[in-house]
Design a protein around this ligand. Structure first.
Ligand code: 48C
Length: 356
């Protein structure tokens, strides 16, 4: 009797039971397909639950396999005979210092070409500094990241003054309108804020590395992928061999850029730094907040954004350091160790162009 009653009850719920069986079946099928055990290809095909891309055997990595590499001839590195013994080529935290003779452009290009790397170059041309753009861009086309995809991000209050320079394939000028400031110090410092804003809003989706430079400069020799690293700074031409006590760090403890006289590794130039977009975002975001904090406390660091850059790179060590070859001022002559001058200051009369 109770068996009949039980069967009647079940029959009344036959729809619910059917749905439950279907759900259990789909769950079971999904589990088997997901775990990569293609147990009945035809059935899993029907269900088109294609989890190929997460298959545990990692076959989706196949597209990363490198293309055939051409043979390359170069002299063998010699353990007992380093290319440069006249200068420091490695920091105590294993960051290479880039001097002529310490790297092979061919080997580096083979590595970076495979990665199809894209480089952004930020330059600020506010007010009269637009006069430097033509020479900057023409010489960059000759020497900067030749053969790579480059976006010149020109931040200016005068978009109409940006010259029309012929660019090689894969390279473009991206003009970003920005405000001006009365004081040149504020223009220089606001670069940190603007780079951080655009890094998040635009650069992150367009390039892999960002190089941030002064515009009153010209390229005069090879500047290539040897400079690329997570975070890199450049030794200032005026202080590359000085004692840390002589560095023009900010020495007032009230400032966020303060560095004590017994601290400091190198003195980095504000006119050439960079790294991956993520790291440049962190660096410029940190420095722009530090500048604002100083402003709120009624203090301005002695060398503005350069002081804050030096403080940041003291606590967040750069993963690569460029020698003064990468930022030189010919007024300083040509020391024996300077085998190349790759990026040099353009003579200018500050009175004529600043605050104009
Ligand atoms: O674009 C301007 N306009 C100005 O009136 C003053 C500075 N600047 C930007 O800030 C330029 O990109 C300059 O290169 C940079 C600050 N660096 C210099 O003035 C020297 N190279 C030290």
């Amino acid at each position: 009797m109770c068996a009949d009653k039980w069967i009647n009850e079940l029959w009344k719920r036959k729809h619910h039971i059917f749905i439950l069986i279907i759900l259990l079946f789909v769950f079971w099928l999904s589990w088997h397909t997901y775990s990569g055990r293609m147990w009945i290809p035809s059935l899993s095909f029907y269900c088109s639950l294609n989890f190929d891309h997460v298959r545990k055997d990692g076959s989706y990595l196949d597209h990363l396999l490198e293309i055939r590499l051409p043979r390359m001839n170069y002299s063998q590195p010699n353990i007992m005979n380093p290319p440069r013994t006249d200068v420091l080529v490695m920091t105590p935290w294993f960051a290479p210092i880039i001097w002529d003779g310490t790297f092979s452009t061919d080997i580096l290009n083979q590595q970076f070409k495979q990665r199809d790397v894209r480089v952004g170059l930020t330059l600020f041309a506010i007010k009269k500094y637009v006069v430097f753009l033509q020479l900057f861009l023409e010489t960059a086309e000759k020497f900067f990241m030749v053969g790579y995809k480059v976006n010149y991000y020109v931040l200016t209050d005068r978009p109409e003054a940006v010259p029309n320079v012929t660019l090689k394939e894969g390279r473009s000028v991206v003009v970003l309108k920005t405000q001006s400031n009365a004081r040149w110090q504020d223009i220089s410092m606001r670069r940190m804020e603007m780079i951080s804003l655009f890094a998040k809003k635009q650069f992150i989706g367009e390039v892999d590395y960002i190089v941030c430079v002064d515009v009153d400069m010209k390229f005069s020799d090879h500047v290539g992928v040897e400079i690329l690293s997570d975070v890199f700074g450049t030794l200032h031409p005026g202080f590359y061999k000085g004692q840390r006590q002589r560095f023009t760090y900010e020495r007032r403890s009230e400032s966020q850029a303060y560095i004590a006289s017994d601290e400091g590794d190198f003195y980095y130039a504000g006119g050439f730094f960079g790294g991956t977009v993520e790291e440049v975002y962190k660096l410029t975001n940190h420095c722009s907040h530090a500048i604002l904090t100083d402003k709120a406390n009624g203090i301005e660091a002695i060398w503005h954004d350069e002081s804050h850059l030096n403080k940041y790179l003291l606590t967040h060590k750069p993963t690569k350091i460029l020698s003064p070859e990468y930022l030189w001022d010919n007024n300083m002559g040509v020391p024996e160790i300077l085998k190349k001058r790759r990026f040099v200051a353009v003579p200018k009369n500050h009175n004529q162009i600043r605050n104009k």
